[in-house]
Structure formats: structure tokens, C-alpha cells
Design a protein around this ligand. Structure first.
Ligand code: ZN
Length: 98
């Protein structure tokens, strides 16, 4: 297994786990039962961690994580002026290529 990410909290850990699962990547959340130990254990040991089951998935997993941490800015259509999510390649409103 390969350590992929240290999440700020369990919600974030499961959000990312869900994104990776949707892409067919199996990950495990470690430390999920240690959240109550804050104050007793060193901080770095109580954050939930995401571990990759298969290291061959690392490239795709890291790309998904990069998109998560640095989402593309939205793009405004030059033709109709609608705002589109950064992941869109054509305008949802008029179909023009962004
Ligand atoms: Zn448009």
C-alpha cells in the first residue's frame, strides 16, 4: 500500500475516497477511529490518512487529488456570457467551445 494523502478530517477523507472510488481506485482510510484521541496523541498521528491499495493507480489518483486541491477556475463563455465550470469544454448554455 502507498500513502496518498493526509486529510484534515474524516469528512474530507471520505470525500476524497468517494472521488477515487468513482474512478475505480481502491483506497483505505487509516486513523479513522483516532479522531477522539486529539490532545492525547501527537497531532500528526490523528489525522485520517488515505492509502492506495494498488500502487499502479498512483498516477491517476494523484491527478484526481491535484484537481481536488486546485480546481480549475470557472470560464465565462465569450459568446453568451454564461459562467461554466472549469471542467467544461463547451458552454452548457450555447454549446460554443470555451
Ligand atoms: Zn455560451
Amino acid at each position: 500500500m502507498l500513502k496518498l494523502y493526509r486529510a484534515a478530517n474524516l469528512q474530507e477523507a471520505y470525500l476524497i475516497k468517494g472521488m477515487l472510488s468513482a474512478a475505480g481506485i481502491e483506497v483505505h482510510v487509516l486513523n479513522e477511529h483516532l479522531q477522539g484521541g486529539l490532545g492525547e496523541l501527537p497531532f500528526s498521528e490523528v489525522y485520517p490518512e488515505l492509502w492506495l491499495e494498488d500502487e499502479r493507480d498512483a498516477t491517476l489518483a494523484l491527478r484526481i487529488l491535484a484537481d481536488y486541491e486546485h480546481p480549475l477556475p470557472g470560464r465565462r463563455c465569450g459568446f453568451c456570457g454564461e459562467d461554466n465550470p472549469g471542467t467544461f469544454e463547451i458552454c452548457w448554455h450555447c454549446g460554443l467551445t470555451l
